[in-house]
Design a protein around this ligand. Sequence first.
Ligand code: IPM
Ligand code: MG
Length: 367
Amino acid sequence: MKLNITCIPGDGIGPEIVAQAKKVLNKVALVYDHEMNFRDVLMGGCSIDAYGVPLTQETIDAAKAADAVLMGSIGGNTSTSPWYKLEPSKRPEAGLLGIRKALGLFANLRPAYLYPQLKEACPLKEEAAVKGFDMLIMRELTGGLYFGERYTKEVDGELTATDTLVYKESEIRRIAIKAFEVARKRRKSVISVDKANVLDSSRLWRKVVEEVAKDYPDVALEHMLVDNCAMQLVRDPAQFDVVLTENMFGDILSDEASMITGSIGMLPSASLNDSSFGLYEPSHGSAPDIAGKDIANPIATVLSAAMMLRYTFNLDKEADSIENAVRKVLEEGYRTTDLMGSANEGEFKKVGCREMGDLLVERILYL
Ligand code: IPM
Ligand code: MG
């Protein structure tokens, strides 16, 4: 099969981690007889430096022309980088939001799974770590506070900032359907997270989710308030299967969920529309403080590439081969710095970003 993949390495650690994912995909192509066609384009801070804007039409066109997009991360240090002196609509993050909107990527799937090998790196109480967890956060990605009207103006003699949180029924329905569909292929439970005790948008969210649930009698639905969910995630994460939530709650809860897997460097993501097209990226950011040092963890990006094989190309065996390789390196005791937890140096074999990539490549096998 010929796979046309547009890559957006981006900023910070982005180029390093995408390079490892490409190596792994090339090995998959070799072992399973596929052809990988990669094309690199700019987005984020590097695009600002080259073209003055974080997202160009050329990048959008290159993404649309591909079967899928593999992304690293964008953005820099928000207190020191000159990119953050620009007006908000010209900053790196605006590029990411722009491409999500331009490609209609309304469904963001963020699986958080605790590898048994990483129990020691899990910051939770031992009972929770031993029990393990395997959840999928289904985050709405093109609505809510991120895309509502915003402005800052003087009202009654003082500066007043406004952000609006807007959700239409149709936007809630389509993401809810995605959540119930994936729940059917998992443990058949959806926990929908909102703030219905305060927000109108959440009350509409609940109503629409309940309507959608009627078409899925085999899937259990529960509602949970977002503050309670934040607490339950660290108390008993095993209770979650599919977590359905709106854009900003999903942003926050997915960082929390990734941290309890042992490191934010483990969480992949897929951003999908209603076709097989998708944009795949790690859930973490560009970590500018460690960029170029060859210490970043490439696993979230490599696992994002596995999600790409599964969701866009329907290549389940190939995706399994990547996930197995990840399990294998962890089992064999290889760890990037972020995964060391409180372990002593001698307990594990500490490796850099490139070496972790090489180890994964060596473990891609024909299944
Ligand atoms: C994420 C990131 C982005 C988001 C930022 C970089 C705009 O935090 O993908 O989770 O908030 O969606
Ligand atoms: Mg985030």
